[in-house]
Design a protein around this ligand. Structure first.
Ligand code: MN
Length: 198
């Protein structure tokens, strides 16, 4: 069963003015679609063609760079669309608010740490909030389309929130201002979706 591009759970202009319509159209329709297409090509007629994306990523160290890059790209963007939404953002409450408070001391400390992870990623990659095998939350960053589910990740865990810091995620609207983009990202986080992944 080939992988398919998941529909955005909101319209392309729903995240304005924080993330612009044109960026969303290209990011979802061109970039993510290319990861899906290239992943399907890379696993076609192999033993991985009927495996879940999670299973593929857990074994990615022995697979081709094409599977690593495009499998990661498909998983990462599928998560990214889900954990954003219109009219969201703000300081989370409930189980995710408590978990962040307990792990990082305060929401502001969490925001600073995630932003620092995104700013510190030289070139292309992602910043993540994940839970480890013991259920403890941690923040990390990965290069390119790697993620914490991959067996070759430095810090392994299950990502519950991720932010894309590739230039294609922000360049049209923010140009080189990654810090402004990261700050705006906090206005569109769908904390209910993040909590559901916890
Ligand atoms: Mn991207």
């Amino acid at each position: 069963m080939a992988f398919t591009l998941p529909a955005l759970p909101y319209s392309f202009d729903a995240l304005e003015p924080h993330i612009d319509t044109r960026t969303m159209e290209i990011h979802h329709g061109k970039h993510h679609q290319a990861y899906v297409t290239n992943l399907n090509t890379a696993i076609e007629n192999t033993e991985w063609a009927d495996k879940s994306i999670e299973e593929i990523l857990a074994n990615v160290s022995r697979l081709s760079p094409a599977v690593r890059n495009n499998g990661g790209g498909h998983y990462n963007h599928s998560l990214f669309w889900q954990i954003m939404g219109p009219g969201k953002g703000g300081v989370p409450t409930g189980i995710i608010g408590d978990a962040i408070q307990g792990s990082f001391g305060s929401f502001d400390a969490f925001k600073e740490a995630l932003s620092k992870a995104g700013m510190g990623r030289f070139g292309s990659g992602w910043a993540w909030l994940s839970k480890d095998a013991q259920g403890k939350l941690f923040i990390s960053s990965t290069p390119n389309q790697d993620n914490p589910l991959m067996d070759l990740a430095e810090q392994k865990g299950t990502p519950i929130l991720g932010v894309d810091v590739w230039e294609h995620a922000y360049y049209l609207h923010y140009q080189n201002r990654r810090a402004d983009y990261l700050n705006a990202f906090f206005n569109v986080i769908n904390w209910d979706a993040v909590a559901a992944r916890l």
